[in-house]
Design a protein around this ligand. Sequence first.
Ligand SMILES: *[C@@H]1O[C@H](CO)[C@@H](O)[C@H](O)[C@H]1NC(C)=O
Ligand SMILES: *[C@@H]1O[C@H](CO)[C@@H](O)[C@H](O)[C@H]1NC(C)=O
Ligand SMILES: *[C@@H]1O[C@H](CO)[C@@H](O)[C@H](O)[C@H]1NC(C)=O
Ligand SMILES: *[C@@H]1O[C@H](CO)[C@@H](O)[C@H](O)[C@H]1NC(C)=O
Length: 414
Amino acid sequence: MHHNTFSYAFLTLLAAGLGIATPVGKPSLVTTFKVNLSDETPRMLKLIKESKLPDEPEYPGIGSTFGIDLDVLKGLKQQWLHDFDWNKQQDEINKYNHFTTKIENLDIHFIHHKSSSPDAIPLLLLHGWPGSFLEFLPLINPLTSPKNTTSPSFHIIIPSLPGFAFSSAPPANWTNADTARIFNTLMTSILGYEKYAIHATDWGADVGYSLYGNYNTTVRAGHFAFIPFFPLNGAQLAEEGVVLESELERFELEMAEEWRRTGNGYFILQSTKPNTIGLALSDNPVGQLAWIGEKMIDWSDPRAGSGPSVLDRRELLTGVSLFYLTKSFVSSTFIYAQNPNGFKDEYTKAATDAPLLFSAFKYNVGFWPPAKVAQVGNLVSYRNHDFGGHFPGLDNPAALVEDLREITTYWVTS
Ligand SMILES: *[C@@H]1O[C@H](CO)[C@@H](O)[C@H](O)[C@H]1NC(C)=O
Ligand SMILES: *[C@@H]1O[C@H](CO)[C@@H](O)[C@H](O)[C@H]1NC(C)=O
Ligand SMILES: *[C@@H]1O[C@H](CO)[C@@H](O)[C@H](O)[C@H]1NC(C)=O
Ligand SMILES: *[C@@H]1O[C@H](CO)[C@@H](O)[C@H](O)[C@H]1NC(C)=O
């Protein structure tokens, strides 16, 4: 895994610390990295094969109302065994440029793809749970090397959050604000970008919002598909005089209300007892498939895998395999417990004049109408899509690419 090692020149300035309390670590090396989990796959396949699911559902006809449907789980399990090859997925993943670096004693894994355009804007993409760097792969080529040469270009940086995939599990007291600090170090002192834009979703939105508000000289545009504030329900919106404009908005509100009613059990569990679910499933690939798969299916467009969506069953299995094979399921669940105030009830405005762009997708599990997003930042653009869900990088990559290109409209170069 360690091939070319090379150091960068921009290492000294930050430690002077412009009011940043925690000293910046010692970023010194970026190492090229290749994904190779092939040696771990025989055990995974053996466990999948040996795990027995019931022949018949206990309560036929309930569909997915009470959690993942047995037939769906069985179908996915069969596909994992007979029509899925991790090594092939891994070859696809390795078509991108992976690196690792050490920041504040954590190994941080990231993808870094540069555009050949001199005007390209550096863009940091931030995933959440149960996402990973995988959810942004379809965006890389269109954003770095657009087919239409008049389209804007970006340098793309996709880190794995601490505790996810190949990034080290952080200390127990680590928060998303700490992640924001080390990712700003990654972008500036390690990769040498003076100014950059971000795209963020799910827990990544908490990291991204911290970057957007607290690093306002380096983060000069923020695009969000999620914000770290609990969505209001219909009654609360009405009380604030917020009127929904369309059927699409009313549908999205209903999705968010349903998450609050029946979809947030995992959130409370992982916020309070992550070790129990983490250890229960740590060496149980089919268990992780049920736990993660339910969310990936539920939070996506029912048309996922068709039309603009590349979020098919193989993609889902690749995502679950990554958690199992990198042994990061336990540490990934801790992000909930480590950030008890990650999602806030009170909407506050970030201290920045940087533009904020927002994209809503029909089947996402959080809904914020434009009036609410405008309360938290300098909202300049709000787009709503009737295809896609919580993982738009996979479920509607074409629309997300178009929305991210809009960043250039508001990017100030001087
Ligand atoms: C992965 O590592 C194994 C040895 O552990 C090696 O045989 C195999 O060729 C490697 N695969 C890739 C894609 O590098
Ligand atoms: C390329 O992009 C420009 C500007 O966005 C647009 O006007 C033009 O129609 C596009 N060309 C093609 C071939 O799609
Ligand atoms: C967090 O934990 C680490 C040990 O893992 C310790 O060195 C550090 O001082 C702690 N930080 C805070 C703010 O408590
Ligand atoms: C950055 O934030 C500080 C307060 O934290 C504020 O005084 C300053 O105006 C902000 N700068 C920009 C460019 O938004």
